[in-house]
Design a protein. Structure first.
Length: 149
């Protein structure tokens, strides 16, 4: 039953991996070739929607899952696409800042690069903050005692 349920929702991480392909196309391939770009506004908006809804779902399920913020949903590889988008953005910054001054190539659009970075950092930061457990009085007392030792 659990396997059937996970297959029903497999389309969600699949969309995430497709977005990774769009970011890789725009940030790694396009500067060196004359291929068409994936529409930036659609790409960034889709990223924002997936991260927002995913983070909101994690927030409301955090009590029942009781896991670390890094893997609240227990989905492992299905969420691996998120850091892959982050690495694609890092590659875009690398091309613009390190390669482009020395190699004649098309740089990545700074506005789109910064907008995607803002979406990634803003939503993932908000998710991490909301998923942090507020220490109980007992836990905060134990933590203070450990810090004093």
């Amino acid at each position: 039953m659990e396997k059937k349920k996970s297959l029903k929702r497999l389309w969600i991480p699949t969309i995430g991996w497709i977005l990774v392909g769009g970011f890789v196309n725009n940030l790694f391939v396009a500067p060196f070739t004359e291929i068409s770009l994936v529409d930036w506004s659609g790409l960034i908006t889709s990223l924002g929607v997936l991260l927002s809804i995913s983070g909101t779902r994690d927030y409301f399920l955090k009590e029942s899952l009781d896991k670390n913020p890094e893997n609240v949903s227990g989905k492992g590889w299905q969420r691996l696409w998120i850091p892959c988008v982050g690495w694609a953005l890092a590659g875009g910054f690398f091309i613009n800042c390190i390669l482009a001054p020395y190699i004649n190539l098309q740089i990545n659009d700074w506005t789109q690069l910064i907008a995607a970075l803002t979406v990634m950092l803003g939503i993932s930061g908000a998710r991490d903050i909301t998923l942090r457990k507020v220490p109980t009085k007992k836990n905060s007392t134990e933590t203070k005692e450990q810090e004093n030792e």
